[in-house]
Write a protein that binds this ligand. Structure first.
Ligand code: CTP
Length: 406
């Protein structure tokens, strides 16, 4: 099932390290090759010799080992894998990853890698629940790290709670699923904008809108499940970062534009954010007070950059650029005009005139391309996201950038 897959397994310190030996056996049996790094802490629980015997490969332990570095530099080690798995992932290695520390071979490799990473946390329940660990977990999730959440149960330390590393078979199933998922967009990268932008008036007030980010986040998640490497740039929303999606949070349109430009080049861009068209020309440094005469302040606005248009006319323009159009009248005509004006390839148009779609789970859209207009039946935002991704897959098959499914 994993024939030809190269796994780099990092074993950090924790009693659950003994389970990693079983994991190595399972991975090897499934056809994967397994290269291992064992940290100093990990070596307190399993010996490099037993790891090497099971992996049938040299085991790496030291960053400054002349022997290790001459045989395989740590940068090469970090790049020559289809998946990097950290099992067990101690609270310490999670903290090192979250903060970009490079204290040993394992943490340096994790900072240097450009490969997907999966972590299998294992620790005492209090350590797992601690705000520090939970904050680190959120950071890692938002960077697109795959998390195999720990299980509940009796701990080796005698306490009961959440913190047990998943059993080797469960981890093997997750790794197999990771590779077996229907991943037609594997190898392509996508940028998605989502949510509103907040434009400051003064330190406590802003201009925003009621976009929930549900549609944009659902599209990012659907692209991710189809195998794309996804960067989600989101304004302030009340939604978790989708699993495995690199998520960048911004406030203003200008910040959103900068984050998007940093994410180029990529193959697909979908602008689902409700970007504020204007911002206050000069936000006040101090809270604006009521004047003695009770007169209302006058705000001077200037136009925000158009992110969709900037991406669609960029020198690193993605092969497919998709915008949204929320219209209250003349849906198709207005959306077609937007398609031309913003130089994008498709517009997903929704009529917001007769019902309020902001914050709702349902949506009703039409797909507008230069060739055709297709009205889709109303559906929830996840289903619409999957339909959009289906269209994208067809498009890239036609462009011969990916292969059709058998
Ligand atoms: N958009 C953008 N940057 C802006 C404004 C809009 O990227 N500054 C994108 C939105 O993400 C969406 C598309 O442009 O994909 C259309 O947004 P919409 O608000 O419908 O159109 P506007 O350009 O703002 O035009 P109008 O409000 O006049 O209809």
């Amino acid at each position: 099932m994993l024939t030809g897959k190269r796994i780099l397994l990092i074993i950090s310190g924790g009693i659950a390290a003994y389970k990693s030996l079983e994991l190595i056996r399972g991975l090897k049996k499934s056809g994967a090759s397994v290269r291992c790094i064992v940290t100093q802490g990990g070596q307190q629980f399993v010996t490099p010799l037993s790891v090497a015997a099971l992996a049938e490969e040299q085991v790496f332990t030291d960053l400054f080992s002349l022997k290790d570095e001459s045989e395989m530099g740590h940068i090469r080690l970090s790049r020559e894998a289809d998946l990097v798995v950290v099992a067990p992932a101690s609270a310490n290695i999670m903290a090192q990853m979250a903060h970009g520390l490079t204290e040993d071979l394992a943490s340096t490799t994790l900072l240097a890698t450009n490969r997907p990473v999966m972590i299998c946390p294992a620790m005492n329940p209090m350590m797992w629940q601690h705000d520090a660990t939970q904050d680190n977990l959120k950071t890692l999730q938002s960077r697109g790290i795959n998390i195999i959440a720990p299980a509940d149960g009796d701990m080796a330390c005698g306490e009961v709670g959440t913190g047990r590393m998943r059993e080797p078979e469960e981890i093997l199933t997750a790794i197999t699923a990771y590779f077996q998922d229907n991943r037609p967009l594997a190898g392509l990268s996508a940028l998605v904008t989502s949510g509103p932008t907040y434009e400051p008036i003064d330190p406590v007030r802003f201009i925003g809108n009621r976009s929930s980010g549900k549609q944009g986040h659902a599209i990012a998640a659907a692209l991710k499940s189809a195998g794309a490497a996804v960067t989600l740039v989101t304004g302030p929303v009340n939604l978790p970062a989708p699993q495995g999606v690199k998520t960048i949070s911004v406030q203003t349109a200008q910040e959103m534009l900068k984050a998007c430009e940093n994410a180029l080049p990529c193959d697909i861009a979908i602008c689902a954010a409700a970007v504020s068209d204007w911002r206050v020309k000069k936000a006040a440094d101090q809270k604006i007070k009521k004047g003695a005469d009770k007169s209302a302040p006058t705000l001077e606005f200037i136009e925000n950059p158009d992110i969709l248009q900037t991406i669609a006319t960029h020198k690193n323009r993605p092969a497919l650029v998709v915008g949204f159009a929320a219209e209250t009248e003349n849906l198709i005509e207005n959306a077609q005009a937007k398609l031309t004006k913003k130089s994008c390839d498709w517009i997903i148009a929704n009529n917001v005139g007769d019902h309020d779609i902001f914050g709702q789970d349902q949506n009703h859209v039409s797909l507008i391309t230069t060739e055709k207009v297709t009205d889709w039946p109303p559906a929830n935002k996840e289903a619409i996201a999957r339909d959009i991704v289906e269209e994208i897959i067809h498009h890239f098959v036609n462009l011969k950038m990916i292969e059709a499914a058998e």
